[in-house]
Design a binder for this molecule. Structure first.
Ligand code: COA
Ligand code: AMP
Length: 629
């Protein structure tokens, strides 16, 4: 009988055989003869002599196998009142056509294409078109503002940028083109062309370098898949680090495709012809892996949903989608369930739909609080599976492997490490923490196929940020523990990264924005607990000497300006709504701001005052401000 234990053991005892076996689920132009190249740690490469094309594996392979008429991608958009089904054959043709457009515009193997789009099928088509050409896409979440987009364009140096006239947030139309134009003004790198998808809700003014998506598609000649090295980059996905400069996580082709195909069967229990609904955004890793690549590599049907779980039109939309398309596995962030629970605490909306086909609910992106876990379990009466992963890892590190067997659940734990992940907890001296004791969660190298291979243009930062803290281990940035039964408990980030409504953001980045205001001498941004979004940022600023804070209306005006500054520079998604003007910030004697202590007090914990504190009176003044919300 196949059990979690037997599969995990097989992956440890014969790593080469395990992953070469998994790779056989794909079509290879040149089949790999080796799994791991460990010649240059910590830069590990998977299937070094293999060649393949990921888009071929996601589309053409299934058409060739007779699945051409099966639904590959269903676009469901309550905010525009649109539903559209793409069969595998149609999606392949659209992708081949757009690959032809990109090729015409000069995009070839290894070139970068930045994709800044809302949740429309064309976003997935553009990603797959890049993969078809062996080009490297870099999707930028549509909720990021011009400055964030500019930084990514500057770093990725794309040949082409693909965007749309607008996105839709509830009932609001957000024009993208002005943001894109501003980003291109800010960036010293200029792409050759920008392709714009005109949506009916807003028409973008087109310039000399703008190409209309529909016009270009009308005359495009389709492009065939280009085989590339397994180790070639498939995409760069920027994610928040400790500072404002995002990290360009580089994903390879062969390792990633192998790992995703493996997880579809073994974790999500979704196979050919079955339907998965991942309610996230293509701009995040969850969208890359389980809206686009994973489901299509598996020959499944994926739902691309444009909208929120609540609001337009109501809190029953997830259940409508589940019923309408026969969804087997639903995957989202806990915050989406908290939002539904807030609007519909008794789950009345579920009664209007037949959701009996739903087998599992998968949750990730932030800590699953026991209250939400219980509410979702009681409501749906199916396994609710918390699983832990990161942009860097590309797929779950720790999960309950539903496709192998369901292990007993311990609320608060995403269960056990998946094959390939040697998860350990180390204390500050780098020694293994005893079972049940907290420490830094690390993974012994090598990381499995599908995990990031480096940071774009920055091998040095890759080594410094992730591979240097403990020799031979990847530092996840999360703290937690492993209990005596091998269950992993992830308690939260140990750095300046926060998770707001499942969106990963950098408090360091927000501090850089606040510090840019001419009246601000110094500042701190911390993540505090929030009932709906899990965490939200709160800002604290100290004014420069000479600023007249007593002037009528000054404080309110400054707070407004600071909140707006963060919206303009990072995006509304940063959700920084509260900024307090304070006389000072608590610091250690060496001048380090005590953010962790501030966080603890704000969250109502009995945070001990560190012995390294410079002046306890500053903290005493701050305490009531931190506690008041
Ligand atoms: N484009 C433009 N603006 C965006 C955006 C996008 N793609 N995504 C979010 N925003 C804006 C929102 O409109 C909101 O603006 P506002 O402050 O003017 O109201 C702001 O950014 C904050 O967004 P969010 O934190 O998402 O809050 P919300 O109140 O709009 O929605 C939830 C809250 C919980 C319903 C929503 O975050 C959600 O569905 N989350 C699901 C989790 C998810 O997708 N996680 C991804 C990883 S799994
Ligand atoms: P991202 O890179 O956006 O996927 O965010 C990764 C971070 O989200 C992790 O480092 C964790 O802090 C957090 N996270 C993701 N999934 C979980 C989970 N199941 N439990 C706890 N934290 C999680």
């Amino acid at each position: 009988m196949t059990t979690y234990e037997s599969v995990f053991r097989a992956s440890v005892e014969d790593r080469e055989g395990f992953w070469l076996g998994a790779a056989q689920d794909l079509d290879w132009a040149t089949p790999p003869t080796r799994a791991l190249d460990d010649g240059k740690p910590p830069f590990f490469r998977w299937f070094p002599d293999g060649e393949l094309n990921v888009a071929h594996n996601a589309l053409d392979r299934h058409v060739a196998a007779g699945r051409g008429e099966q639904a590959a991608l269903i676009y469901d958009s309550p905010v525009t009142g649109t539903k559209k089904t793409f069969t595998y054959a149609r999606l392949r043709d659209e992708v081949a056509g757009f690959a032809g457009v990109l090729r015409e515009l000069g995009v070839g193997r290894g070139d970068r294409v930045v994709i800044y789009m809302p949740m429309v099928p064309e976003a997935a088509i553009a990603m797959l078109a890049c993969a078809r050409l062996g080009a490297v896409h870099s999707v930028v979440f549509g909720g990021f503002a011009a400055d964030e987009l500019a930084v990514r364009i500057e770093d990725a140096t794309p040949t082409v940028v693909v965007s749309a006239s607008c996105g839709i947030e509830g009932k609001r139309v957000i024009e993208y083109k002005p943001l894109l134009d501003r980003a291109l003004e800010l960036s010293t790198h200029k792409p050759r062309k920008t392709v714009i998808l005109q949506r009916p809700q807003a028409t973008a003014a087109m310039g000399a370098d703008d190409v209309d998506w529909a016009e270009a598609m009308a005359t495009a000649s389709p492009a065939d898949p280009v085989p590339v090295a397994s180790t070639a980059p498939l995409y760069v996905l920027y994610t928040s680090g400790t500072t404002g400069k995002p990290k360009g996580v580089v994903r390879d082709c062969g390792g990633y495709a192998t790992a995703l195909a493996w997880t579809m069967t073994n974790v999500y229990d979704v196979g050919p012809g079955q339907t998965i609904f991942t309610a996230s955004d293509v701009g995040w890793v969850v969208g890359h892996s389980y809206i686009v690549y994973g489901p299509l590599l598996a020959g499944a049907t994926t739902i691309l949903y444009e909208g929120k779980p609540v609001g337009t039109p109501d809190a029953g939309q997830f259940w409508r989608v589940v019923a309408e398309y026969g969804v087997r596995s639903l995957f989202t962030a806990p915050t989406a369930f908290r939002a539904i629970k807030k609007e519909d605490p008794r789950g009345e909306y579920t009664r209007g739909y037949d959701i009996s086909g739903l087998r599992y609910l998968f949750l990730a992106g932030e800590r699953l609080d026991p209250e939400t876990y219980r509410w979702a379990s009681d409501l749906l009466d199916i396994p609710v599976i918390d699983h832990w992963w990161q942009t860097e890892t590309g797929w779950p590190i720790v999960a309950n492997p539903a496709g192998i067997e369901l292990l007993p659940v311990k609320p608060g734990s995403p269960t056990k490490p998946l094959p390939g992940w040697d998860v350990q907890v180390l204390d500050t001296r780098g020694k293994p923490a005893p079972p049940g004791e907290d420490g830094a969660i690390v993974v012994r190298l090598p990381l499995p196929p599908g995990a990031f291979t480096t940071l774009w243009n920055d091998d040095e930062r890759f080594v410094k940020s992730y591979m240097s803290a403990f020799d031979g281990y990847y530092l996840t940035g999360d703290g937690g523990r492993i209990d005596g039964d091998g269950y992993v408990f992830v308690m939260g980030r140990t750095d300046d990264v926060i998770n707001v409504a499942g969106h990963r953001l950098s408090t360091g980045g927000m501090e850089e924005v606040l510090a840019a205001h001419p009246d601000v001498a110094e500042c701190a941004v911390i993540g505090v607990a929030d009932e709906l979004k899990g965490q939200v940022p709160r800002g604290f600023v100290v004014l420069k000497a000479g600023v007249d804070a007593d002037a009528a209306g000054y404080e309110e005006r400054l707070r407004g300006e600071l909140v707006q500054l963060v919206r303009d520079r990072i995006g509304a998604v940063a959700s920084l709504k509260e900024v307090a003007i304070v006389p000072g910030l608590p610091k250690t004697r060496s001048g380090k701001i005590l953010r962790k202590t501030m966080r603890g007090i704000a969250d109502g914990l009995d945070e001990p005052v560190p012995s390294t504190i410079d002046d306890t009176s500053v903290l005493d003044t701050l305490r009531p401000i931190l506690r008041s919300r």
